[in-house]
Design a protein around this ligand. Structure first.
Ligand SMILES: *Cc1c(COP(=O)(O)O)cnc(C)c1O
Length: 246
């Protein structure tokens, strides 16, 4: 095993261990929490090393960069590629044709385009709806910071749920960056409440997955109900500078 693989493996296993401990602490089954190793802005060699170190789900933020890696590493056919970053509508075809899962579905227009391209490719795409629970303008997602206005989302979301080729599986959120992991907790709790709200509103839709938590706060996210955590730097190190823009 190369030094790079070994060092990633150590951090990957330690992260799994901490996920399991956080789940047990909260009385949850550790088996339901899936670890997405975020490799955005990392070179292909680092992604390859992450796979060799055991990573089974890789998270990418930029469609072209992700597709290049998917093609370069196609021999690892068991690996799942998850798009976790904002997708512009004009990149919908790339995402629909190449990724296994989309965490960051954040608009009706994008949903309709993805649905159409999935239909043309005879695929279906599992998706999570991204919600903006912190109210920051820089963040994507349907506006959900004001709980008294959640019902206003219903008619647009109903249109998303009616699209035949998008398989809704749950919710995703990225809280505002805080100084401590505990800062994220109320935001994760809000996502959990939104999950319960939507489950009552749309009993026919599956909202069982919650994608929340990054390197700095994934244990808190697991305590609050995450089923996917998205961890990058804590496993594969700091990101290289990238010139790609979305
Ligand atoms: C980059 C990124 C992550 C991972 O962040 P780290 O701090 O490197 O763990 C998780 N989720 C999203 C949406 C990201 O863009």
């Amino acid at each position: 095993m190369s030094e790079l693989v070994e060092s990633i493996r150590e951090k990957y296993l330690a992260t799994l261990e901490r996920i399991a401990l956080a789940a047990k602490k909260a009385g949850r089954d550790p088996e339901v929490v899936k670890l997405v190793v975020v490799t955005k802005s990392q070179p292909v060699e680092v992604v390859r090393a992450a796979i060799e170190a055991g990573a089974q789900i890789l998270g990418e933020n930029y469609p072209e960069e992700g597709v290049m890696k998917i093609q370069s590493l196609h021999e690892f056919s068991a690996v799942e590629w998850h798009m976790i970053g904002h997708v512009q509508s004009r990149k919908a075809q790339l995402v629909a044709g190449n990724f296994n899962f989309l965490h960051s579905l954040d608009g009706l227009k994008l949903s309709k385009k993805l649905d159409r391209f999935c239909g043309e490719a005879e695929r279906s795409l599992p998706v999570l709806l991204e919600f903006n629970v912190g109210g920051e303008e820089s963040k994507g997602g349907w506006p959900a910071w004001d709980e008294t206005r959640w019902h206003e989302l219903s008619s647009e979301l109903a249109e998303v749920f009616a699209l035949p080729n998008l398989k809704v599986r749950g919710l995703m959120a990225m809280p505002p960056l805080g100084e401590t992991a505990g800062f994220s907790r109320p935001f994760f709790q809000k996502v959990k409440r939104l999950q319960e709200f939507l489950t009552v509103q749309f009993p026919q839709v599956d909202f069982s997955e919650l994608s929340m938590g990054t390197s700095m706060d994934y244990e808190v996210a697991v305590e609050e109900g995450a089923t996917f955590v998205r961890v990058g730097t804590a496993i594969v190190g700091v990101r290289k500078y990238t010139t790609e823009t979305t």
